[in-house]
Design a protein around this ligand. Structure first.
Ligand code: NAP
Ligand code: ZN
Length: 348
């Protein structure tokens, strides 16, 4: 039987979020169902509710950094039981047999990844509704285990922010002997500092904020650069092996390409809604690369959670109640968060 549950959603790009009822599917044999305890607020939620990418469907219930407690498991499920903690990130289904899925890269599924919200819903029709709600259900193969040692609320942001930076740090081989730059110290960036440091890299922060320059060492960075200071920027020219660019707004990528050492790479994970321009000489010189990366597959997301448990990494969060969610989105838009809002869903 489908059920109606309470959620926080919006009916168009100009409206604040408000309480609404949504339908959740009947438990399927492969499904795990959870009561949601906490859900992080990612800048992608903000892009989507504002329809920055022109791909929003309304009504929309955002939220894709979801942790909770299992309340029911389908008859085929062996990897979760009632009472376990569980988590859902961005991906809740994929075809399972295309070349991308065979490589555990479900985020690039050729038949279309089902995302946790604003994505065609194969069960109910319409679009999926996300984690700003009381419950979530999906196939057990797409649910993650949160290691016991991690605080549940502070782990929620790992489900998107964590995997989005872990995956490129690993793919481009951050580690001992490498200088890794983290550009933009928000939700993704502050977790990237911690993960890159735990991988053994030298970590340099590039930020527009003097306050974050001062906070960077506490977060684990070896050095921090105020990006508006030309002398501080020039000191890193041709010295950085890998830059993870998490900036959410249009910015001059050439300033960062020039910081790359020979064979260095800037990996864009931020999603500025307008195209970026690259000057030819900033890439031909030094055989530099400009690349991108999108979240990470399910197996890699579990690997990231286990890595974070091993290194005692969670997000620095500011917890808010359900009735503060619109204010939290306004503050996120202004860059006024250190460093991730998490909504306490028991207050919904
Ligand atoms: P966030 O918390 O808002 O952080 C973004 C940071 O970018 C800000 O803290 C700020 O850092 C910097 N920034 C913002 N506006 C800027 C501007 N005009 N010029 C220069 N720097 C600016 O956002 P988030 O949740 O970390 O997400 C970051 C981006 O990644 C968003 O676009 C989001 O949609 C995207 N994202 C992508 C993926 C993926 O799979 N590719 C996954 C999740 C999120 P400083 O204050 O340090 O300058
Ligand atoms: Zn996200």
């Amino acid at each position: 039987m489908t059920k109606q549950v309470q959620a926080l959603g919006t009916v168009d790009a100009t409206q604040p979020l408000k309480i609404m009822k949504i339908t959740r599917r009947e438990l399927q044999p492969d499904d795990v169902e959870m009561d949601i305890l906490y859900c992080g607020i990612c800048h992608s939620d903000l892009h989507q509710i504002k329809n920055d990418f022109g791909a929003a469907h309304f009504p929309m219930v955002p939220g894709h950094e979801i942790v909770g407690r299992v309340t029911a498991v389908g008859s085929n499920v062996t990897n979760f039981k009632v009472g376990d903690s569980a988590a859902v990130g961005c991906i809740v289904d994929s075809c399972g047999h295309c070349p991308a899925c065979e490589r555990d890269l479900q985020q690039f599924c050729e038949e279309g990844t089902t995302l946790s919200f604003n994505s065609p819903d194969k069960h109910l029709g319409g679009m999926t509704f996300g984690g700003f709600s009381k419950t979530y259900a999906c196939k057990s193969d797409y649910m993650l285990h949160v290691p016991d040692s991690l605080d549940l609320a502070a782990s929620a942001p790992l489900l998107c922010a964590g995997i989005t930076v872990y995956s490129p740090l690993k793919h481009w081989q951050a580690g001992p002997g490498k200088v890794v730059g983290i550009l933009g110290i928000g939700g993704l960036g502050h977790v990237a500092i911690k993960i890159a440091k735990a991988m053994g890299s030298k970590v340099v922060v590039f930020t527009t904020s003097q306050a974050k320059v001062e906070d960077a060492k506490r977060l684990g960075a070896d050095d921090a650069v105020l990006s508006s200071d030309a002398d501080q920027m020039a000191a890193y020219a041709s010295k950085v092996d890998l830059i993870i660019d998490t900036v959410s707004a249009p910015h001059d990528i050439n300033e960062y390409l020039r910081l790359l050492a020979i064979d260095g790479t800037v990996v864009l994970v931020g999603l500025p809604p307008k195209p970026l321009e690259i000057g030819a000489f900033n890439v031909v010189k030094g055989r530099r690369s400009f690349a991108g990366s999108n979240i990470g597959g399910i197996a890699e997301t579990q690997e990231m959670l286990d890595f974070c448990a091993e290194h005692n990494i969670t997000a620095d969060i500011e917890m808010v109640n359900a009735d503060q969610v619109n204010e939290a989105f306004e503050r996120l838009e202004k860059g006024d968060v250190k460093y991730r809002f998490v909504v306490d869903m028991s207050t919904l």
